[in-house]
Structure formats: structure tokens, C-alpha cells
Ligand binder design. Structure first.
Ligand SMILES: [Zn+2]
Length: 346
């Protein structure tokens, strides 16, 4: 009896080993450029395999931000002819496959920072669209709006920028007709601004990065706003302070973009006008212009400071726009271009 149990155990071990050893093999790869429904170009890469794989991963190379790395564990190359392809450089420059300790690493070299790319990987079964083998597909699109302006964002490098996402925590800010809260969209936009500025070499100091009160829940307005000013003042010679808000009015037809600066600050006025111009150009929202205001954070910050009322959250159309991630990106990019122009000219 004992012998039989041992025997079964042995067979099980063998089986287990066979399953583990059954590595996949790459038969070939090809790529072409396709158009999405929005007429945006994207690169479609297909790695054909002799069997389906369930584990794969794509990430930005931490040592080279212009490279995307796709890893397929427990897989080998059929032959060495498959190692490299040079591309036209519009979306990617090169794809290189290599085999290392039974794992495949595909390095896709891009002509721009990979954080500006959108990418996804997915398995396509062999029977779909008359495929003879299963393929691991990788789609890569670059966000043209950001990439086209990369050079003009160079002036951001080395500057310290304080970003203040309006409201947060116990203070929702204005709430739109569909219940979208100002504190949510200001934080979403601020985070995108943070990423673009940081990617372009600026030092960013955020007054908050989560849904919270900066001073304390249910604090007074002065306590809360002074806490935000203090973060800017303690940021170590910050160059500018920028507060992001959404506007609100009892009349729900009020709409458009407006940027405020503190009266008497010439640099604040310059910054406001560069940012306002870029916002209006990018969003096509009504231009309400720049104005002076006594808002606490711009009055009490010692560096040039502006407060942006991106759009009216009380207007249902603009509320929906503010809640839309693509629109948030458009706003964030425009803000960053405006800041970059300010630094170019100051
Ligand atoms: Zn507000």
C-alpha cells in the first residue's frame, strides 16, 4: 500500500514537472500601423506563439524611460532571425526580442518618453480572424498633443511649482447638477499637471495628493487656506503657486474659463495670461479673461500666484467635460504649456 502511494506520488511529480517544463515558443512577430476610430495612429505588434500564454507583462523600463518592456515568462525563441526589427520611428524605433533564462523580453524603443504612450497587451486566440497560431498583441499609441509640445516644455526644467488642488476632504467645493464634486476634478487635473511638469524636469509640490483637508476636517477657511499657503512658502523658493478650481454660479448657463491673479503682481498677471491663453485655445471654452481677485491663497503667497477657474461645474455641459478624463488631460496639458511660456518669457 505504502509503495503504491509512493508510486502515485512519483507519477504526480513527473506530471507536475512536465507541465512546468512545457514552455511556449515564439514562432514569429510582425507589426503594422493602424488607425483607431478617432483616426489616431497606433502601432499594432503581434508576437505569434505555438501555444497560448497567460502570464505576460508590459512596463516602462525604469532605467530607460524611452523603452517599453514586454516579458513573457517560460518562453523561448524559435530561431535567432526573430531578434530585431527596425521601425519607421513614428511611434517606435525598434523592437528587440531576447531570450534570457527561459523568459522572453521584448524591448520596444520609442522616440519619446514612454509615459506619453498609451499601450496594452492582450492574447488573441488562434481561431479568431483566421489566425494559425495564438498571438500576444501589443498596441501602442502616442499621445500626440503632449509629444508635440515636449520641446516647448523645456523651460520648465529646474523650476519649483506649487500646485493647489482646490478644496478636499470635508470641503467638497461646488457640486454640479449630476453630483460631480469640485474637489474631485481639481485633484484629477492637478495630478495630471504634476505628472507632465515632473516628467519635464520641474519640481512639483502639491498641497494635497488625496481627498483630504490640508489643515483638518471642518476647519475654518482661513486655517485651511493658510495651511496651503504655508506649504508653498516652505517649498524652498518656489517659483510659482497655482490653485486649480472649478467655477459655480446660481445661473446654470454661466460658462467658460477664467484665471485670477493678485492685484499688483506683474508676474502673476503674466502667468495668468499665458495659462488663460493656452486653456482657451485647447478647450474651446468661452474666454472670460484674466482678472484680479483677493482670493486668500493668491493674496498671501509671496511668489507669483494664480487661481484657475477651469470651467463651470454648475453648468451641466461643463460639469460633464470636467469629469471626462480626456478633457482633464487637455486642461492639464494647456496649463503646463502656459507655465512653460511664462518661464520662457520671465
Ligand atoms: Zn473652488
Amino acid at each position: 500500500m505504502l509503495k503504491r502511494i509512493f508510486g502515485m506520488f512519483f507519477v504526480l511529480l513527473l506530471l507536475l514537472q512536465t507541465v512546468c517544463m512545457a514552455s511556449a515558443r515564439i514562432e514569429g512577430f510582425r507589426y503594422n500601423t493602424l488607425f483607431s476610430s478617432a483616426q489616431a495612429q497606433f502601432l499594432h505588434i503581434e508576437i505569434s506563439l505555438n501555444q497560448k500564454v497567460s502570464k505576460y507583462d508590459v512596463h516602462i523600463d525604469p532605467d530607460n524611460k524611452k523603452q517599453l518592456i514586454v516579458t513573457i515568462p517560460n518562453t523561448k525563441l524559435k530561431n535567432n532571425d526573430l531578434e530585431m526589427r527596425n521601425l519607421d520611428g513614428k511611434i517606435a524605433n525598434k523592437i528587440a526580442l531576447s531570450e534570457d533564462q527561459h523568459n522572453i523580453k521584448a524591448v520596444i524603443s520609442l522616440p519619446y518618453n514612454a509615459s506619453y504612450a498609451e499601450y496594452k497587451t492582450y492574447m488573441v486566440d488562434k481561431d479568431k480572424r483566421h489566425r494559425k497560431t495564438p498571438v500576444l498583441a501589443i498596441d501602442i499609441a502616442k499621445e500626440p498633443a503632449i509629444n508635440n509640445t515636449t520641446s516647448s516644455l523645456r523651460s520648465l526644467r529646474g523650476h519649483t511649482i506649487v500646485i493647489d488642488p482646490g478644496h478636499g476632504g470635508s470641503d467638497s467645493g461646488a457640486v454640479g447638477p449630476d453630483g460631480i464634486m469640485e474637489k474631485t476634478v481639481t485633484l484629477a487635473i492637478a495630478k495630471k499637471v504634476d505628472k507632465i511638469l515632473s516628467d519635464n524636469g520641474a519640481k512639483v509640490v502639491m498641497t494635497r495628493t488625496t481627498d483630504r483637508d490640508v489643515y483638518a476636517p471642518n476647519d475654518t477657511a482661513v486655517e485651511e487656506l493658510q495651511a496651503r499657503v504655508d506649504i508653498g512658502e516652505n517649498a524652498g523658493n518656489a517659483d510659482i503657486f497655482m490653485s486649480i478650481h472649478a467655477n459655480s454660479f446660481i445661473n446654470d448657463t454661466a460658462h467658460g474659463t477664467e484665471t485670477f491673479y493678485y492685484n499688483g503682481s506683474d508676474n502673476g498677471k503674466n502667468l495668468a495670461s499665458f495659462v488663460q491663453d493656452e486653456l482657451v485655445k485647447a478647450t474651446n471654452l468661452a474666454d472670460r479673461g484674466i482678472s484680479t481677485a483677493n482670493f486668500y491663497v493668491i493674496k498671501h503667497s509671496s511668489m507669483p500666484a494664480i487661481l484657475i477657474e477651469t470651467a463651470f461645474i454648475s453648468n451641466n455641459t461643463e460639469e460633464q467635460l470636467l469629469n471626462d478624463e480626456t478633457f482633464q488631460t487637455t486642461i492639464a496639458q494647456a496649463i503646463c504649456r502656459g507655465i512653460a511660456k511664462y518661464f520662457q518669457n520671465n
